[in-house]
Design a protein around this ligand. Structure first.
Ligand SMILES: [Zn+2]
Length: 280
């Protein structure tokens, strides 16, 4: 059992825990709960490791939540982070402040992607579409300029999101489509780009056959796991706060849907995550 004990920013310590355990799980998209203390974060990271989830990516959503994620990634083996402004966090978006800050953070230890960024029409009342699009464009340009993989949040917004990605990024730019919930036609369009797809606890929801339908179509070398904690806890914890320790439940259902042994599913999704985020 690997325990995620705090480490100074040592690349050697960082790698040595993961290399011999490459078949363990990687949660490619998780968040700390609101107002999470550092002590509470330590517990979440430790409980994940005890559940064999030894790789975590803390996905940034705003200039407010990135600093804590950056600090945890810099001091914990197996913890990585992405930096970015979520489409529903753009109310006070100011490119002159945000983009230089994000650019500076890209140089911090274990920052492996820009995200989660994208468009969200489900809650569009809380974030005007024009500002969402501006923030997305600016962050995609930063990703293109720096060659950084991108984590995409697209909710009821496929057409515009896909169009802006095509407009702002080179065709082969690495993209993670997080919590993919569109249909086979949209999947086919994303598959033409350099994409991976992360599936979460929704795969266990009784009525989510539409999610399982595309899950069965994703090529196995482009599939990764996520929790999107503290949201979307898998059955039987649905409705409760989610955490990375629940990844094995998600993996179990995905393995069943794909007809693979659980260990094989864990091995290949972790390898895909490490390759995508360029973790050596
Ligand atoms: Zn998220």
């Amino acid at each position: 059992m690997t325990r995620a004990t705090p480490h100074r920013n040592s690349p050697i310590a960082h790698c040595s825990l993961l290399i011999p355990h490459s078949s363990l799980y990687f949660d490619t998209h998780t968040h700390l709960p609101d107002d999470c203390t550092d002590d509470e974060a330590e517990v979440l990271i430790r409980e994940a490791a005890e559940a064999q989830v030894t790789g975590l990516l803390l996905a940034g959503t705003s200039l407010r939540d990135c600093p804590q994620n950056l600090a945890l990634a810099a001091t914990h083996a197996g913890v990585y982070t992405s930096i970015g402004i979520h489409p529903l966090e753009v109310q006070d978006y100011d490119a002159a402040v945000a983009i230089p800050q994000l650019r500076a953070w890209l140089a911090a230890p274990h920052v492996v992607a820009i995200g989660e960024i994208g468009l969200d029409n489900h809650y569009a009342d809380s974030a005007p579409a024009a500002i969402q699009e501006q923030a997305l464009r600016d962050q995609l340009h930063l990703a293109a300029e720096t060659g950084t993989p991108v984590v995409i949040h697209s909710r009821e917004a496929f057409d515009r999101c896909h169009a802006l990605v095509r407009e702002c990024l080179p065709a082969d730019h690495p993209l993670q489509i997080h919590s993919f919930a569109d249909g086979p036609a949209e999947l086919e369009q994303w598959l033409k780009l350099n994409t991976i797809f992360s599936y979460n606890g929704m795969v266990t929801f009784k009525k989510a056959e539409n999610i399982r339908e595309t899950l069965r179509l994703v090529p196995l070398d482009r599939l990764v796991l996520e929790t999107d904690a503290p949201y979307l806890a898998p059955v039987p914890f649905r409705g409760q706060p989610n955490a990375s320790k629940h990844i094995p439940l998600i993996a179990q259902r995905i393995a069943e849907e794909r007809g693979l042994p659980l260990e094989e599913l864990a091995r290949l999704t972790t390898a895909n995550a490490r390759r995508f985020f360029r973790i050596v």
